[in-house]
Design a protein around this ligand. Sequence first.
Ligand code: HEM
Length: 347
Amino acid sequence: MTEETPSLYYTDYLELDKILGSQHPKSNEQTDEMLFIIIHQAYELWFKMVIHELDHVRRIFDTDNVLDNAGEMSIAVHKLKRVVKIFEVVNRQVDILESMTPMDFLEFRNLLLPSSGFQSLQFRIIEAKLGLKMDQRYKANYYKNMRPGGFNQRDYDAITSVESEATLKSLVIQWAERTPFFDESLWREYQSQFPAEDGIQKFWSDYKQIYKNSLNGPVEMRQLEELDKVFYKEGLGEFSVGAMRAVLFIMMYRNLPIFQQPFDLLTTLIDIDEMLSQFRYKHMLMARRMIGVRMGTGGTSGAGYLEGALRQHYIFKELTEVSTFLVERSHLPELPKAVKEKTSFNA
Ligand code: HEM
């Protein structure tokens, strides 16, 4: 190797001096604080990777036309599946931390006050980029720096400014609203199975009846009103009627070639929500085991707060609710030729 082109050196490339020089326990060497620091840092590194992937996926969706056939959708789904894998792995790291006993933790816990994982900016950015808004957060006032343990102004502003960007959720909603499958021109040949209701597109008019016939007894029958609300009048949560119809249609006809990736996308978003919930759940059990019902170092009620966040911070809950409105595959209406053509790669 010549002098002009110095060879790349592992330690320099990875800037290990910085990373490995960043563990400074506040207690003495006898405690488990080194483990505590390294676990948190490892989580933060993976959070960084998750944010990187979410930004890539948001860029793909931030156009008027996601080219389903041109590989973009498959890249997006691939990246989101990677996010799921990362969470699967980091969620297991809790097991390492649990090798520290509650009394080991007490050796240095008070030295950490009032800092807390609650203040993990990257975790909040992940939630916000996916689509969680401040006013949907459990005890949103904990976030403002109204007490020690909340966010400083800079971090609080960073979280709220991410919310004002296009979130993955809002981009997916726009994408769903653009699906062209309900254009009247495609449904001219459609054979209605039931008398068509006025003002309702033939397929959706039939679907009401098919869904009604799938319900059992007066209690389940109440779901019919919900169907009306979600798919005919108001939509659900942040999803419009058009977006909800598209999601239901993709889930019902997922075997059509063109819907396979959109279906994969929707299920992967549900997986991500599930992974975040698993993070919150495992973390809550671990915190309970470490500190019982003591307050957290960040000054929240501790176990109570973590339970509230677990219950409330689902992001793609509209997608899981679609399952309420599915029917048996054998009862699905036959699609007209024009729609089949539109949903075929060979058309
Ligand atoms: C001894 C270990 C730990 C205990 C006892 C613990 C305890 C707590 C408690 C009680 C809270 C609620 C806020 C507060 O008042 O402090 C919290 C929040 C949080 N902690 Fe931990 N934690 C531990 C380790 C970790 C680790 C390793 C991470 C990894 C990054 C982490 C990330 C978080 C996050 C992201 C939140 C906010 C959760 C949410 O809002 O859903 N914690 N923690």
